[in-house]
Design a protein around this ligand. Structure first.
Ligand code: CP
Ligand code: NVA
Length: 326
């Protein structure tokens, strides 16, 4: 059944019902098929989209640009060197100015309150491309990837392993509870998600036949898992905590032994990316033990990370088309 989401913001999955989330996922699947078959609706023709990015991004930025252009929109990137947001001009004033010029605004940044303020004052749909608290467009792509591999969401045993209070973990927990999944956070106790959010997720799970488990016990947490998911051990802005996180999260590295512990030969591995997987990068040369997933797992047949990255385009397109399209 279609839903009228025109004019809605997309800041967190908390504000979307399970049926609305399912509608966005079904639309994403349709838009992916359309792209593959070369048919386009140009549903965003003539629309101008502002992309305000306080933090760096590969996937999210490119997904907004490609999705917008695919549907006929113009996307304008506004980095922190380009605009005055919060420096010489309040977020409220920038929101009111951009809202007079643009038809939709994507925001990636630090405080969740900033995206809420943009939404309050811009007068056009605002989409959250990641804040310190939530990363909801990521979770749409993750659930689309689960649907492609497992055929359903309800009852899927989904183990998120690693930093249990990251923006990705928070959004996955809310979304999984709403979609009736058997969702586990497997992490060191010091990194368990905030109690209030767990309480909300448990309520959503109760309404939708889902289940939420928070545990530090790896064997219990991954038992029977259909999906093992992890994120970086230190998110953007937490670089000073890397050494501490390596100590806390070493036992939660996703490796062959962990996949075996699931007892499920069909388990899939997912990661929002970017991922440290025995990789040689500027940061990993300073912290050689930073490695939330081994290269063996990352490159294995279980890994769906690049389908997941591609699905960022189709799902972000669905959000823009549903909230702003013709
Ligand atoms: N997964 C994700 O949000 O990637 P980027 O940081 O590259 O946008
Ligand atoms: N938790 C990570 C997600 C990156 C897509 C971060 O905020 O850096």
């Amino acid at each position: 059944m279609p839903f009228n989401l025109k004019g809605r913001h997309f800041l967190t999955l908390e504000n979307y019902s399970p049926r609305e989330i399912r509608f966005l996922l079904d639309l994403s699947i349709k838009l992916k098929e359309d792209k593959y078959s070369g048919s386009r609706e140009n549903s965003l023709e003539g629309k101008n989209i502002a992309l305000i990015f306080e933090k760096p991004s590969t996937r999210t930025r490119c997904a907004f640009v490609v999705a917008g252009v695919d549907e006929g929109a113009h996307a304008e990137y506004l980095g922190m060197q380009d605009i005055q947001l919060g420096k010489k001009e309040t977020v409220k004033d920038t929101a009111r100015v951009l809202g007079r010029m643009f038809d939709g605004i994507a925001f990636r940044g630090f405080k969740h309150e900033t995206v809420e303020q943009l939404a309050r004052y811009a007068g056009v749909p605002v989409w959250n491309g990641l804040t310190d608290r939530f990363h909801p467009t990521q979770v749409l792509a993750d659930f689309m990837t689960v649907l492609e591999n497992k055929g359903c969401l309800k009852g899927v045993r989904f183990a998120y392993v690693g930093d249990g209070r990251s923006n990705v973990a928070n959004s996955l927990m809310v979304g999984a509870a709403k979609m009736g999944m058997d969702f586990r956070i497997v992490s060191a106790e010091a990194l368990f998600p905030a109690k209030e959010l767990v309480k909300d997720a448990e309520e959503f799970a109760g309404e939708n036949e889902g289940k939420i488990t928070i545990t530090s016990d790896v064997e219990k947490g991954v038992e029977g898992a259909d999906v093992i998911y992890t994120d970086v051990w230190a998110s953007m802005g937490e670089e000073s905590k890397i050494a501490e996180r390596i100590k806390l999260l070493g036992p939660y590295q996703v490796n062959r032994d962990m996949l075996d512990k699931t007892g499920n030969p069909h388990v899939i591995f997912m990661h929002c990316l970017p991922c440290f997987h025995n990789t040689c990068t500027e940061l990993s040369s300073r912290y050689p033990d930073i490695c939330e997933a081994t290269d063996e797992v990352f490159e294995s047949k279980h890994s769906k990370v690049f389908d997941e990255a591609e699905n960022r385009v189709h799902t972000i397109k669905a959000v823009m088309v549903a909230t702003l399209g013709r």
